[in-house]
Design a protein around this ligand. Structure first.
Ligand SMILES: [Zn+2]
Length: 407
C-alpha cells in the first residue's frame, strides 16, 4: 500500500476513518485499517475531502488588470478592453500568468479545472495552444479540461467557424460558446451542437448574462439538448437573466433545465462586479437563482470565472473565497443552506465535468485535500489552511498553519 491517512474526518456523522491509497486510487475507507503503508499521515481528526473542482475559469486572460482599466465596470467595456489587449499577448506572457493561476489553484486544493480558452482571428491560437500545452505538462498535478471558447462570437467574425473546428482538431475537450454575443444566438447554439456532435464532445456555454430577461435563449438550449439526446452533457455559466424572472416564469425553465440535465455554474465574483451597473440606487445582485435551481433539482455549482482582469479585478483562485462570497450573495448562509455549499465546489462540478473518478470512496482517484479543521461543516466558515493536497496519491502542495495565542 502506498499511503494511509489515519483518523481523518470525512463525515461529521461518522467516526474518524483511515483512508488507504494504492497506485493513485482509494482502496479502502474504514475506522481502522490494520495494514501498513509506505507513507502514513496522522490526521488527528482533521478533515479530508476530495479535491475542489474549478468548473469555469479563464487562464490566459487572468492577471491583466494592471494593463488596462475597465472604467465603467460593465461587461461591454470588459469585453472591449480585453479584445484590445489580446493581440498583444505573447506566448511567454500567457504561459507565465496561466501558470501562476494554476499554482494558486493547486495550493488552495483544486485538483481539476475546466478552462475556457479563447481564440479569434485577431489573436490567433496562442492562448488556446498555451492552455493545451499546460494540460499536458501539468497532467500529474491538476487535470485541465480545455473548452474552445469564442469570446468574440462565431457568426459575426469571418473565419471563426473554421477556427472553432481547428480548435477541436488541436485537442480541445469541450465545445464552448457565447450565444448572447453573436448575430443570431439560436444559430450560434445550433453551430455549437453540430460541432460537438461531430467531435463527440460536451458543450459549455456562457449563457444569458444580463441584468434582465429580455433575450434569454436557455429554453431553446434546453429543448435542443433534449432533442439531440445531450442530457448531462451541457453546462452553462452565468445564467443571470434567469434571476430577473419572477418565480412563476422561472419555475418552468428550471424544470426544463432539470429534465435536460444542464449544469449551471454560478459565477458570483464576476456577476456581482459587472452586474446591475445601470442601477443608480438599490442595486440588484444580478445572480443566477442558486437556491431555486438547487431546490428544483438542477446541478448547480460555484466557480471563479476570472481573476484580476477587466471582468473581475480581484480574486485569488481559491474556491473557498468564492463560497464565502456566495453565502451572503446567494442567500446560502442559513444553516440548512450551508450544508449544500461544499458540494457546489466538489461533487456538483465533478458531475458537470463528467469526472466519474472524483469523490471520497473506494475505487475513486486519490485526489484529496487534508484541511486544518475538525468538522466538514466548518470548511466554508473557517476557510481552513489546505495542509496537504494530493493528486492521484502524490503530494503536490503543502501549506503550514502557524498560530500563537496570548490569552
Ligand atoms: Zn467565463
Amino acid at each position: 500500500m502506498d499511503l494511509i491517512f489515519r483518523n481523518v474526518r470525512i463525515d461529521d456523522t461518522q467516526p474518524l476513518m483511515d483512508v488507504a491509497v494504492n497506485r493513485g486510487t482509494i482502496i479502502a475507507i474504514e475506522p481502522r485499517i490494520a495494514a501498513s503503508a509506505k507513507h502514513e499521515i496522522q490526521g488527528n481528526g482533521k478533515v479530508l475531502i476530495p479535491g475542489f473542482v474549478e468548473g469555469h475559469l479563464h487562464l490566459e486572460k487572468a492577471n491583466l488588470m494592471q494593463r488596462r482599466a475597465n472604467r465603467s465596470g460593465t461587461l461591454q467595456e470588459a469585453i472591449a478592453v480585453t479584445a484590445e489587449l489580446k493581440p498583444t499577448l505573447t506566448r511567454a506572457d500567457i504561459l507565465q500568468r496561466a501558470t501562476q493561476v494554476l499554482r494558486a489553484l493547486v495550493q488552495s486544493g483544486s485538483t481539476h479545472v475546466r478552462a475556457h480558452a479563447e481564440f479569434d482571428p485577431a489573436q490567433g491560437f496562442t492562448g488556446l495552444d498555451v492552455v493545451l500545452e499546460l494540460r499536458e505538462k501539468l497532467r500529474h498535478i491538476i487535470d485541465i479540461q480545455v473548452v474552445a471558447f469564442p469570446q468574440e462570437g462565431i457568426l459575426k467574425l469571418p473565419g471563426m467557424r473554421e477556427m472553432m473546428t481547428e480548435a477541436m482538431e488541436r485537442g480541445a475537450d469541450v465545445v464552448g460558446g457565447i450565444p448572447y454575443n453573436d448575430l443570431s444566438p439560436l444559430e450560434h447554439i445550433d453551430f455549437v451542437f453540430d460541432l460537438a456532435k461531430r467531435y463527440g464532445k460536451d458543450i459549455d456555454l456562457h449563457q444569458d448574462f444580463a441584468d434582465n430577461a429580455d433575450n434569454m435563449t436557455v429554453e431553446y438550449l434546453a429543448r435542443k439538448t433534449l432533442d439531440e439526446g445531450y442530457q448531462g452533457r451541457v453546462c452553462v455559466g452565468h445564467l443571470t437573466s434567469l434571476g430577473a424572472l419572477e418565480p412563476e416564469r422561472q419555475a418552468p425553465i428550471i424544470r426544463l433545465l432539470r429534465d435536460a440535465q444542464i449544469s449551471v455554474m454560478c459565477l458570483p465574483a464576476t456577476d456581482l462586479h459587472l452586474g446591475a451597473r445601470g442601477d443608480r440606487h438599490n442595486v440588484r445582485r444580478a445572480l443566477t437563482p442558486v437556491r431555486a435551481l438547487r431546490d428544483g433539482g438542477v446541478n448547480v455549482c460555484l466557480a471563479t470565472n476570472n481573476i484580476r482582469n477587466a471582468f473581475t479585478p480581484f480574486g485569488t483562485g481559491d474556491l473557498l473565497d468564492i463560497a464565502q462570497l456566495a453565502l451572503p450573495a446567494c442567500h446560502l448562509g442559513g444553516a440548512d443552506d450551508q450544508a449544500t455549499v461544499l458540494a457546489m465546489l466538489t461533487g456538483n462540478p465533478a458531475k458537470a465535468l463528467g469526472l466519474n473518478n472524483h469523490g471520497l470512496a473506494p475505487g475513486k482517484d486519490a485526489d484529496l485535500v487534508l484541511l486544518d479543521c475538525l468538522a466538514v461543516s466548518d470548511i466554508i466558515l473557517d476557510l481552513p489552511t489546505r495542509l496537504m493536497v494530493f493528486k492521484r496519491g502524490n503530494l503536490v502542495a503543502t501549506s503550514q498553519c502557524q498560530r500563537s495565542i496570548v490569552f
